[in-house]
Design a protein around this ligand. Structure first.
Ligand code: COA
Length: 251
């Protein structure tokens, strides 16, 4: 914890933070706990050590799977990524090194991504004779466009941090030693905003992505109506008119 921030670090550095079943379960539980914790305003996901964010799903687990447990493994990974995507609080990825396969899929499920200058990001699954299974085939094209995504998925080679920035895969690149502090500063700017507004704005974008323009605008108007009935709105508007900082109702 750091003030209103929760920093979640995948902690298997000897395996470059590869996601085995236990790590996926634990991450899932941590996100549930943090989402329900009123003291937490935003969540930062990162990896332990200076080499890897997450170097993928654990290949020793994948190597043993057949049709049914393969599908089951994909579903469990997908459920974690969807939980992060739908979390009411902003989730920021601090990509501090390799973000490959399930690692990139983890970063893709976060709201924004920042990379260290030594990071390498990619979906190398086809080089292992499999396809991305934790949402990569769906989230990557939605983020960077299908042409760029298909090249990354079909070629299987990672890109460096600067190329990731160029294609819109990450929002910013920082020297590795500064990455976490920079991401914390960005997260704290978000946390300084209205907490209900953050949750509803995220919901509008996330749910709207699966809707027609017309339905998405309807959703936005509904959520705008909801936020207009909150004490939070009154405080935000009053603070502006009284030329003071808003005091949000955060426990
Ligand atoms: N699953 C399981 N173990 C992994 C792993 C993964 N996805 N990625 C790395 N590891 C393990 C290695 O097996 C090694 O374990 P060991 O010390 O017991 O042999 C340890 O982490 C260190 O990795 P190593 O390969 O020695 O580091 P490196 O610096 O030479 O190479 C990578 C780094 C990231 C290029 C390389 O580890 C790699 O290609 N990993 C797999 C990436 C991948 O394909 N991910 C997608 C999976 S779907």
């Amino acid at each position: 914890r750091d003030g209103h921030l929760a920093i979640v670090a995948v902690n298997r550095p000897s395996k470059l933070n590869a996601l085995d079943n236990l790590t996926i379960e634990q991450l899932d539980g941590v996100i549930v706990d943090l989402e329900g914790d009123d003291a937490v305003g935003a969540i930062i996901v990162t990896g332990k050590g200076d080499k890897a964010f997450v170097a993928g799903a654990d290949i020793t687990v994948l190597a043993k799977q057949g049709v049914l447990d393969g599908k089951d493994n994909a579903r469990k990974g997908q459920a974690l990524m969807s939980r992060i995507e739908n979390c009411k609080k902003p989730v920021l990825a601090a990509v501090n090194g390799f973000a490959l396969g399930g690692g990139l899929e983890l970063a893709l499920s976060c709201d924004v991504r920042f990379a260290s200058d030594n990071a390498k990001l990619g979906l190398p699954e086809v080089s292992l004779g499999i396809i991305p299974g934790y949402g990569g085939t769906q989230r990557l094209p939605r983020l960077v466009g299908s042409g760029v995504a298909l090249q990354l998925i079909l070629q299987g080679d990672p890109v460096d941090a600067q190329e990731a920035l160029r294609i819109g895969l990450v929002n910013g690149v920082f020297p590795q030693a500064e990455l976490l502090d920079q991401v914390k500063a960005i997260a704290n700017r978000m946390v300084s905003r209205g907490p209900t507004a953050l949750a509803l704005a995220k919901q509008a974008v996330r749910r709207g992505a699966h809707m027609s323009m017309q339905d998405g605008l309807e959703l936005e108007a509904d959520l705008f109506g909801i936020i207009s009935s909150t004490d939070e709105m009154k405080e935000g508007m009053t603070a502006f008119l009284e030329k003071r900082k808003p005091g949000w109702l955060r426990k």
